[in-house]
Design a protein around this ligand. Structure first.
Ligand code: AMP
Length: 110
């Protein structure tokens, strides 16, 4: 069965899509934790980092993040987060990178 994010990528579920290319789709998180909170998702459905093939759409996540951060005006800084597994807080089993910005971000994260 298609993941929630595949359904968004296929336009079966609405989302505020801010960027897409041949490899990734990015949309605003439905429950943002920062003024800018965007999820960058590879089109290829992989459950998470632990299941990654050696090559694939996930290799384009960072380049997409740079372009989106520039477009969002995040020149002061931003954070990229991938939660892998339940213990790290992953709730959607389709690899995704959070792009967070627009406020100061504490370190270490919780
Ligand atoms: P994670 O906890 O790392 O798996 O992140 C999943 C993220 O997906 C959470 O930040 C949710 O708020 C977000 N999310 C869940 N459903 C949707 C949706 N329909 N549209 C946009 N973001 C969503």
């Amino acid at each position: 069965m298609a993941s929630l994010f595949t359904k968004i990528i296929q336009r079966e579920i609405p989302a505020d899509i801010v960027y897409e290319d041949d490899h990734v789709v990015a949309f605003r998180d439905i429950a943002p934790v920062a003024p800018v909170h965007i999820l960058i998702v590879p089109r290829e459905e992989v459950t998470g980092v632990a299941a990654l093939p050696d090559s694939g759409d996930h290799q384009h996540l960072l380049n997409a993040a740079r372009k989106i951060a520039e477009a969002e005006g995040l020149g002061d800084g931003y954070r990229l987060v991938i939660n892998q597994g339940e213990a790290a807080g992953q709730t959607v089993p389709h690899l995704h990178m959070h792009l967070l910005g627009g406020r100061d971000l504490a370190w270490p994260p919780g």
